[in-house]
Design a binder for this molecule. Structure first.
Ligand SMILES: O=P(O)(O)OC[C@@H](O)[C@@H](O)c1c[nH]c2ccccc12
Length: 257
């Protein structure tokens, strides 16, 4: 069984619990709506989705003691375009309370980073103040992905549709995803390779589709390399969480497009 299978098995349990305990509409966070698609498509510098990530299955503990609100405020002040908050608890040590705490202190759009398999998680993301959700092509059959994509749209949420290979990219296109994230990390083997973005990007019309490259970014050279592929945004977790000087990290990664 791959790690993704394990995570999805846990998610099934979490979701069936959630269905008995969570009433959609409970929180209704108030926040200003901004479209990630519109801002990223028109920006002249590389857009950064900065992630709050305490731990991961591939790296173990990264920064367990982080204060999500303080970290997010710094991300916002140094120029992040979106803040990603990992809310999976068993494998990433995140919580919905982390997202809530971030929502209270920043104006930026928030990506609720989790393994979405059911509508109720989308309701919850919206209630807590997320404006973008993640759908992972490898996690579900195409028909189910299409339903969840439509449900997010009906709820005014943007979708970062994550792919890792040609078949998944074909699904993204069939569903009509306008924001595609190419994950450089293989969720089954953890191998990270920026060449995955370079290979798949050739099959994407980046004038129409907002292309995001996810995982493995450390240096300005990494970003310079990937921007040639038409990438307009990068998703950065570990490098942000381990940075001793976030201002410096942001100025290095925010290359001109
Ligand atoms: O820490 P990194 O290598 O910068 O990666 C961030 C992000 O791309 C990664 O956390 C991620 C991408 N897709 C995911 C799906 C689920 C959980 C996590 C992820």
């Amino acid at each position: 069984m791959t790690i993704l299978d394990e995570i999805l098995q846990e998610k099934e349990k979490e979701v069936s619990q959630l269905k008995t305990t969570y009433k959609p509409g409970q929180y209704q966070a108030s926040y200003e709506k901004r479209s990630m698609y519109d801002t990223f498509m028109t920006s002249e510098t590389m857009n950064i989705i900065a992630e709050i990530k305490r731990a991961s299955p591939s790296k173990g503990i990264i920064n367990e003691g982080v204060n999500p609100a303080e970290q997010a405020k710094q991300y916002e002040s140094y120029g992040a375009g979106v803040i990603s908050v990992l809310t999976d608890t068993p494998f990433f040590k995140g919580t919905m309370e982390d997202l809530q705490a971030v929502r209270e202190v920043v104006k930026l759009p928030i990506l609720n980073k989790d393994f979405v398999i059911d509508e109720i998680q989308i309701d919850r993301a919206k209630d807590y103040g997320a404006s973008v959700i993640l759908l992972i092509a490898a996690a579900l059959p195409k028909a189910r992905l299409a339903e969840l994509y439509a449900y997010a749209q009906e709820n005014d949420l943007e979708v970062l549709f994550e792919v890792h290979n040609e078949e998944e990219l074909a699904v993204a296109k069939e569903i009509g995803a306008n924001i595609i994230g190419i994950n450089n990390r293989n969720l089954k083997t953890f191998e990270v390779d920026l060449a995955v973005t370079e290979r798949l990007a050739t099959q994407i019309d980046t004038n129409e589709i907002l292309l995001i490259s996810e995982s493995g970014f450390r240096t300005a050279d990494d970003v310079e390399r990937i921007k040639q592929s038409g990438v307009k945004g990068i998703l950065v977790g570990e490098t942000m969480m381990r940075s001793g000087d976030l201002q410096q990290t942001f100025s290095e990664l925010s290359v001109r497009l």
